[in-house]
Write a protein that binds this ligand. Structure first.
Ligand SMILES: O=C(O)CCC(=O)N[C@@H](CCC(=O)O)C(=O)O
Ligand SMILES: [Zn+2]
Length: 342
């Protein structure tokens, strides 16, 4: 029996370290297992090899509450039996202790500790990254199906593109156009194609497990109870369609609506003195022209090269040695069209 009947999030926030295993049968006959704090596996009674092993994660950063609330609602509908899944699901509530503290992170940025980086420390975040990666690995091995992972976040700043995805850098693998079309069904028309390997959760699932995965940014950070979940209606419908059908044809990418960007470089915080040359509330994707001054650091000037370029995720307060911003270059209409037709 599960220790909750609905609203798992409320249970989790009062039992963040409860690691008891529990299982139950859902009204539709699927098996639900609570495999640890914030981790649930749902297995349909019958599934074929056309099905997919789907991981949905939210709250890797504790204060990014809209996707956490959304995931809790999805789980509620599975618990009630008003939503039934044809695919094995792993639902992960990333960082319960940071959720309770209403903070992005406690000591370390959890989303920089995957791909084995969890071995480099013993903080709560290092332990949690190892645990989340272990659950993911067990799940994907158990089902031996095509693998999907959507890691849902919200951004610190406002954004020119309210919703956008980061596609991990897997150079040996062509872009999956059906996944890009799926993102459009989620109202995510903006995609950043990363230029190098990272230690994020979505890069972990793509590089270690060959999953089709994305970090998906779904608006701006707000406290629990202050989100307008109607902004996630398209994502909600697309994911419900994904889980309730054995196969969905997401159609072709509508390249006229694509705002795709190539990531060209990262600004790394090298010391205490990194300062951006723009306002704290500058929106993500604000464009800077060739030669414009972006930041000063260690007495040096960081200017735009090969502009215009847009700035995404600027944050001068990240830990030293971490990514303090990324610079992206918009892909032209013909580059998008070329990718779509490739
Ligand atoms: O708004 C911000 O500055 C950060 C929002 C956020 O958490 N973004 C993710 C992106 C992960 C990726 O690059 O795939 C992060 O920084 O971890
Ligand atoms: Zn985040």
């Amino acid at each position: 029996m599960l220790p909750f009947t609905s609203d798992y999030l409320s249970y989790l926030l009062t039992h963040p370290s409860d690691s008891e295993y529990a299982q139950a049968e859902l009204p539709g006959g699927e098996k639900i297992e609570l495999i640890g704090a914030g981790a649930l596996v749902i297995t349909p009674k019958h599934f074929t090899n056309h099905c997919k092993a789907i991981v949905l994660s939210a709250g890797i950063h504790g204060n990014e509450t809209a996707p956490i609330e959304w995931l809790n609602q999805l789980l509620d509908d599975l618990l009630k039996g008003t939503l039934r899944t044809h695919h094995p699901l792993l639902l992960l509530f990333g960082h319960p202790n940071a959720m309770i503290a209403a903070k992005r992170e406690l000591e370390f940025n959890l989303n920089r500790l995957f791909c084995g980086a969890w071995h480099q420390g013993n903080s709560l975040e290092h332990q949690r990254a190892a645990q989340l990666a272990g659950w993911m690995s067990d799940f994907y091995e158990r089902f031996a199906l095509e693998r999907l992972h959507y890691d849902l976040h919200t951004a610190i700043r406002g954004s020119v593109h309210e919703k956008f995805a980061v596609a991990p850098y897997i150079p040996q693998r062509p872009h999956n156009l059906s996944q890009l079309a799926f993102l459009q069904h989620c109202d995510v028309n903006c995609v950043l194609f990363y230029h190098q390997s990272t230690q994020t959760f979505s890069y972990h699932s793509a590089s270690v497990h060959d999953a089709q995965s994305f970090t998906v940014e779904l608006g701006q950070v707000k406290p629990f109870g202050h989100n307008d979940l109607s902004r996630l209606r398209a994502l909600d419908s697309a994911i419900r369609r994904l889980v309730t059908h054995v196969r969905v044809d997401w159609g072709t990418v509508r390249y006229q609506q694509c705002h795709w960007y190539q990531v060209t470089e990262e600004i790394i915080r090298q010391d205490e003195n990194l300062e951006f040359n723009f306002a704290d509330d500058l929106a993500n994707f604000t464009l800077f022209e060739e030669g414009e001054l972006l930041a000063t650091q260690g007495g040096g000037l960081i200017r735009v090269k090969d502009g215009p370029k847009a700035v995404v995720f600027p944050n001068a307060k990240v830990a030293i040695g971490q990514r303090a911003a990324i610079l992206v270059k918009a892909m032209s209409r013909s580059q998008c069209q070329h990718l779509v037709n490739s």
